[in-house]
Design a protein around this ligand. Structure first.
Ligand code: URP
Ligand code: ZN
Ligand code: ZN
Ligand code: ZN
Length: 474
């Protein structure tokens, strides 16, 4: 068994507290938290000047994923290594399914992609592209045996991933009965399909037309539709990558009516805007993902929603494609630019710098948004997502004062550009531990491919049952 470790002199921050104490780690878990814990034979780690956060959890990644005629540049090895450098100790990746094929084959494919590669812990969401007797008969095992308690439905990407409303509605009903959280990519794919064809017909082929053919209304409409269907099914919904005021409005409206609905935004929507798509020499292609970047004023709406709790989590939506060789597939036709960007590494630090340091959210809200709330919604709490006795020792020693500049020259993702190139931020993960073992130590990678473990997650709502006396859902 690994030697005990004692983290001293750090300031522990959780979603609810901030205090100075030592943390004793035995094996993979935290065995004691207190003042002046005796060293015994433990290795002492000095966290002076650092916050100690629970390892961040990224609820939204696409690693080694075929999409847009190519495959994402980052796989489970480079992607999770970059995640670890960014303070993320667990991810939930989207497992794609194919119509007519068993769900279990898709899950096996995703296990094969990740098993010997991931350097941090990982789990999967499962895409639902069709609902029929075969799919319904497979779902109980997916949720109970595989521990995959979240199902993803795409309302966009017509003729690729898009599902119809019947599929979404029946998924919501099944998920309610089985204890899963339904996730939606909420954009109206049919309207986008029409608008993109019109744009091309009129000779509008530049990257900026990606944004102009997916206006905020198509996201607001789909978000509202999904919320209404959730209300009708008396089910539960998580809206991924919320980018605009129109979608926030629909989520807030439904929450106010008591619908069990949650919203995730991403660092790119908080820190970048639509003008990036207008960059000359096809550089706008670096910023092509869906939903698209919005006019700058939407950013403040998203920040306010995180602060007020109308949005609850931050996903990276990591889906990286090289600028050279992959994004370039869409030169002369923006619809052929693979959709997605590289965000897994900088997600946590951007929220800390732009959110906590600029006074937009509190440090406890920051921990909740990048870790605790994700663990609760996706059936991993309290093993993951907090610092408590018995929890996995997934910990981040974070220097809040370090000033640095985000760049492809220093990032650890395999992709050839950084979407936040040149951005000055404050704060840096110094050392990162997964289940008691360092993956990053003093800014150096010390992890190992394949050391990450697959996380079987609990059913949706388990936390709610534990906390019945609380008025707010989890
Ligand atoms: O453009 C994006 N977001 N690519 C990844 C797939 C998705 O829609 O999340
Ligand atoms: Zn003390
Ligand atoms: Zn999406
Ligand atoms: Zn995504």
């Amino acid at each position: 068994m690994a030697r005990k470790k004692l983290i001293k002199n750090g300031v522990i921050v959780t979603a609810s507290d901030r205090y100075e104490a030592d943390i004793l780690i035995e094996g993979e878990t935290i065995s004691a938290i207190g003042h002046n814990l005796p060293d015994g034979d433990a290795e002492v780690i000095d966290a002076k000047g650092c916050y100690v956060f629970p390892g961040a959890i990224d609820p939204h990644t696409h690693l080694d994923m075929p999409f847009g005629g190519t495959v994402t540049k980052d796989d489970f090895e480079s992607g999770t290594m970059a995640a670890a450098f960014g303070g993320t100790t667990s991810i939930i990746d989207f497992c794609l399914t194919e119509k007519g094929k068993p769900l279990k084959d898709a899950i096996q494919t995703w296990h094969n992609k990740s098993k010997d590669k991931s350097v941090i812990d990982y789990s999967f969401h499962l895409m639902i592209g069709e609902i029929n007797e075969r799919v319904l008969s497979e779902l109980p095992a997916v949720i109970q045996e595989e521990g995959i308690s979240s199902l993803k439905v795409f309302m966009a990407y017509k003729n690729v991933f898009q599902a119809d409303d019947e599929t979404l509605f029946r998924t919501l009903i099944a998920a309610k009965d089985l204890g899963a959280l339904v996730m939606v990519h909420a954009e109206n794919g049919d309207v986008i399909d029409y608008l993109t064809k019109e744009a091309l017909k009129n000779g509008n082929t530049d990257p900026v037309y990606h944004a102009l053919t997916r206006p905020p209304e198509v996201e607001g409409e789909a978000t509202g539709r999904a919320a209404q269907l959730t209300s009708l099914a008396k089910s539960q919904l998580y809206v991924v990558h919320v980018s605009c005021a129109e979608a926030v409005e629909k989520i807030a409206e439904a929450r106010n009516k008591g619908v069990d609905i949650w919203g995730e935004t991403c660092p790119q929507y908080l820190a970048l805007d639509q003008s990036h798509l207008e960059l000359p020499d096809f550089e706008g292609a670096k910023y092509v993902w869906s939903p698209p970047l919005r006019e700058k004023w939407h950013q403040e709406v998203l920040w306010n929603a995180l602060k007020s709790g109308q949005l609850q989590t931050l996903g990276s939506d990591q889906c990286s494609f090289d600028f050279n060789g992959q994004k370039s597939l869409g030169k002369g036709d923006f619809t052929k630019i693979p959709n997605g960007g590289p965000m897994i590494e900088d997600r946590v630090s951007i929220l800390f710098s732009e959110g906590v340091m600029k006074g937009r959210i509190t440090i406890n809200q920051f921990v909740d948004i990048v870790s605790t709330r994700v663990a609760k919604l996706f059936g991993m709490f309290p093993k993951k997502g907090t610092i408590s006795v018995g929890a996995d020792a997934d910990l981040v020693l974070f220097d809040p004062n370090k000033e640095r500049i985000l760049s492809a020259a220093t990032h650890h993702m395999a992709v050839d550009y950084n979407a936040f190139e040149g951005m000055k931020i404050t704060g840096e993960p110094v050392s990162v531990m997964v289940r008691g073992e360092f993956v990053v130590r003093d800014r150096q990678f010390v992890g190992k491919a394949g050391s990450g473990q697959y996380i079987k997650r609990e059913k949706y709502g388990t936390m709610k049952k534990l906390k019945q006396n609380e008025t707010q859902p989890i």
